[in-house]
Design a binder for this molecule. Structure first.
Ligand code: HEC
Ligand code: HEC
Length: 235
């Protein structure tokens, strides 16, 4: 107990890097946040910046509410990726919230934009969908929800920068085929349902060419109004 208090005191006095997350059990290493995220960093990077694997997403700097929703989704099966489904199974909601807060508070720089191997026409099509949408096909602009700078909005809309085309395509595909879902109304399932394979390729390629804005942090809650209500966003 006294050890726990000592760690907590250090956390307040020194820096936010020290996390007073739990007491030490004799014979076990201390339950620090650094020790907890060792289970995650081989796939997500030390600060959640991502790794060279094109399907392993960046976590750093995404809104904490968004990350928490995803951890719950892997825990309850709304999102399926077996290594993560097993890893999160017995962790408990407060533990998941603390990990979400940890990765949300990390701010390694966004990766440099990737020169694309698709044609200029495809990139222009991607740009049109991201910035203007296509009203004739009921596709709202991605930027209408993900923000004019595509950096997302607190508490639970993720930014779309720093994600690789393979990951974005896989996620849009998962919504189209129903293997990734969020609380209803599931905005992304509705939006992705209107996209063709060609649209998915184009938006994924265009997003990866975007340079990082000076401030890549998600904008505060209420900065803009979503075109329609999303169940994953608290009111
Ligand atoms: C074996 C590799 C692996 C490990 C270990 C792992 N992850 Fe993941 N994680 C992934 C992959 C792959 C995805 C994307 C899965 C999908 O297609 O939906 C993912 C997705 C996520 C997401 C959703 C990201 C987003 O932008 O929607 C979060 C949050 C997350 N992981 C957190 C964690 C945490 C916290 C840990 C440690 C407790 C962890 N992961 C361990 C591979 C891993
Ligand atoms: C009506 C609002 C809305 C619109 C329009 C919208 N999105 Fe989303 N998007 C969301 C919400 C809400 C989430 C978080 C879903 C969740 O919690 O699982 C999300 C999540 C995502 C993710 C997951 C990011 C990650 O890290 O896994 C991707 C990729 C994405 N959107 C791409 C797009 C693209 C591309 C478009 C345009 C074609 C688009 N979105 C349009 C609301 C929207």
């Amino acid at each position: 107990m006294s050890l726990r208090i000592a760690i907590a005191g250090l956390g307040i006095g020194l820096s936010v890097q020290v996390f007073p997350v739990g007491a030490q059990t004799p014979g076990q290493p201390p339950d620090t946040m650094a020790a907890r995220v060792e289970a995650c960093t081989p796939c997500h990077g030390n600060q959640g910046e991502g790794t060279s694997d094109v399907y392993f997403p960046r976590l750093a700097g995404k809104p904490a509410g968004y990350l928490y929703n995803q951890l719950l989704a892997f825990e309850n099966g709304r999102r399926k990726y077996p290594p993560m489904n097993y890893l999160l199974e017995y962790l408990g909601d407060p533990y998941l919230q603390e990990m979400a807060d940890y990765f949300a508070s990390q701010h390694p720089p966004l990766p440099a934009p990737v020169p694309s191997d698709v044609s200029q026409d495809v990139l222009r099509h991607g740009e049109a969908l991201v910035t203007r949408g296509d009203a004739s096909r009921q596709i709202p602009a991605c930027a209408s929800c993900h923000g004019p700078t595509l950096t997302g909005m607190e508490p639970a809309i993720p930014g779309l920068l720093g994600l690789r085309p393979n990951y974005v395509s896989a996620q849009l595909g998962a919504w189209r085929y129903g293997t990734r879902t969020a609380k209803a109304p599931d905005c992304m399932q509705i939006v992705a349902g209107h996209l063709t394979e060609a649209d998915v390729t184009a938006v994924a390629a265009f997003l990866a060419t975007r340079p990082a804005p000076e401030n890549a942090a998600p904008v505060p809650k209420g900065t803009y109004i979503l075109p329609f209500f999303c169940g994953s966003q608290p009111n």
